[in-house]
Write a protein that binds this ligand. Structure first.
Ligand code: M6P
Ligand code: ZN
Length: 181
């Protein structure tokens, strides 16, 4: 265990996500321009969409904390890029600590599912399903993800083809509509 990061126990709830952030070893920042090809109308505005803080676990799993700002790019609600795992056997667990959103899931064959993800809720993402989280609320959407170290991220397929559905605002509410592409 010589190479294991030294981690202290910490409690994880929305009021003290700073404990997770302090223990994190990697910070990913996604601004609107990083999402060109994912949002239909993304431009180089510098707007922050989400942060991801990662903790490398000492054994077989890593953890990611996503903090997503509320808002839209064009008609689309803020969302993650979304990815398939490179490893065919890698699954993932998501838990929502705060906010109101959705998770979109899509199989390699194109079967699409969506589930609500709000405070106290969780979702199991089985191997082989692409996943994207979407903030449809007015506040930060905060999610904990636990995934195998060797999961890997395949963004190419999503960037090329997108998900079969988009989450857009219609009459002041969110609607899940077919992606015309
Ligand atoms: C979660 C995990 C991470 C992922 C992050 C953001 O924390 O699934 O592996 O990187 O969400 O999602 P994406 O990589 O699709 O932008
Ligand atoms: Zn994943």
């Amino acid at each position: 265990m010589a190479d294991s990061p030294s981690l202290n126990p910490f409690e994880l709830r929305k009021e003290n996500i700073d404990k997770f952030i302090e223990a994190s070893t990697n910070h990913i920042i996604r601004r609107e321009e990083d999402m060109i090809g994912f949002f239909k109308e993304a431009a180089d505005t510098g707007k922050l969409i989400y942060d991801v803080y990662e903790i490398e676990g000492p054994h077989s799993t890593d953890m990611g904390l996503t903090i997503m700002k509320p808002g839209k790019v064009g008609r689309e609600y803020h969302m993650t890029k979304g990815h398939f795992h490179e490893s065919g056997s890698a699954d993932e667990y998501y838990f929502c600590l705060s906010g109101k959103g959705l998770i979109l899931l899509q199989s390699a064959e194109g079967e699409l599912r969506h589930m609500p993800l709000d405070e106290g809720g969780g979702v199991y993402v089985p191997p082989g399903w692409a996943h994207r989280t979407v903030n449809v609320g007015n506040d930060d959407f905060i999610l904990l993800a636990i995934f195998p170290k060797d999961a890997g991220h395949d963004y190419g397929t999503i960037k090329e083809k997108g998900f079969g559905a988009m989450v857009v605002e219609v009459d002041g509410k969110y609607a899940i509509v077919d992606n015309p592409n």
